[in-house]
Ligand binder design. Structure first.
Ligand SMILES: [Zn+2]
Length: 346
């Protein structure tokens, strides 16, 4: 029962009667006793008050919600913030990995540069690339303008700087390798052209060397011997000692008899004298190891032998300084076979 009765100006007996006749009242409504007819009447608020009350409760709800929301976000953070934080952590990790990869690549490039400076270039007698050239970067103060103004601008600029430096180094390295490769080809060509092997099988003993002879075997007078003789039987195969072009092939009236001269380039020429047969003709390009003739006893010669001579820029050189006679007969023959298999001439 929710009867409410104002008692202040009623006598007690009347009040008791009214209470007995009282009907149950809804709890959510307000009633007042109308003293004029002693009836309970529902209190009806004006619309304005109702709206004001509604606004009050709505405002209070909003304030309370905001307050709890604020406390919740302060303690736990919002889902969006959590997502952004996770993304940021992931980005930091990615940056860190990229940074490590950049450092590794820079270290590898440095290794290439050191190999260049300490190994390849000294071997090929090439100058080192000047440090000033290697360190020359890209100009322009504002080249990273697009990266400024961010929270991580310093990091981005530092990575971009590293990346550009590496690109610069890689380009220099590429050019360097190109010039080294070209020099290697040229160096190999030069080595191939030098007269660096014995012109006959090493099983044959050496005859007179590069020396002053008190008595020339034919003339009987003192005379300088500008070559190396090989005591070989008549008809022994004679090989070209380096790549080159035949510039003389035929009879030499100066004493070499049937002779061949090969121009190896780089100022070097080799002469093969007293031959019984000549297998090449003037103008032929030949390879080291090609059989150019057979030994003999033609010209000013006292017996079968090969006269072998090397001249460099018109100056007579001692041939024994150009070839290694310490190799075995088998090694020499293997070498001639290997060289011959590469020659289109044989
Ligand atoms: Zn001689």
């Amino acid at each position: 029962m929710a009867c409410k009765i104002s008692l202040f100006d009623l006598d007690l007996s009347f009040t008791r009667i009214k209470i007995q006749n009282c009907l149950p009242l809804p709890r959510n409504r307000k009633y007042v006793l109308d003293l004029s007819d002693l009836q309970y009447k529902q209190v009806r608020l004006p619309w304005k008050m109702k709206i004001l009350r509604l606004l009050f409760w709505v405002s209070l709800s909003i304030v309370v919600s905001l307050f709890y929301g604020f406390v919740f976000r302060s303690v736990f953070g919002s889902p969006k913030e959590k997502l952004l934080t996770r993304q940021m952590e992931n980005l930091k990790l990615q940056y860190s990995l990229i940074g490590r990869q950049l450092d590794n690549s820079a270290a590898a490039l440095k290794g290439f540069r050191l190999s260049d400076d300490r190994r390849y270039r000294p071997i090929l007698d090439m100058d080192s690339i000047p440090e000033s050239y290697r360190k020359a970067g890209y100009g322009g103060v504002d080249r990273f303008r697009d990266l400024t103004g961010y929270m991580n601008s310093d990091l981005l600029i530092s990575y971009r700087t590293k990346l550009e430096d590496m690109r610069n180094q890689a380009n220099i390295q590429k050019e360097s390798y190109k010039s080294i490769a070209e020099m290697t080809i040229e160096w190999k060509r030069e080595v191939d052209h030098q007269p660096l092997i014995s012109p006959v099988d090493v099983k044959y003993r050496l005859g007179d060397g590069f020396k002053f002879r008190e008595v020339h075997p034919v003339f009987g007078t003192p005379r300088m011997h500008y070559g190396q003789d090989f005591a070989v039987p008549y008809g022994t195969e004679v090989y070209a000692t380096g790549d080159g072009t035949v510039i003389e092939s035929g009879w030499n009236s100066g004493g070499f008899g049937n002779f061949i001269v090969i121009d190896h380039g780089y100022g070097l020429q080799s002469t093969y004298g007293h031959l019984s047969q000549i297998k090449v003709s003037k103008g032929m390009n030949i390879k080291r190891g090609d059989m150019v003739g057979l030994s003999g006893n033609t010209g000013t010669s006292s017996g079968p032998h090969l006269h072998y001579q090397i001249d460099q820029f018109g100056e007579h050189k001692n041939p024994v300084n150009f070839f290694n006679n310490d190799i075995s007969v088998d090694e020499y023959n293997e070498m001639i076979q290997a060289l011959g298999s590469k020659s289109k001439f044989r």
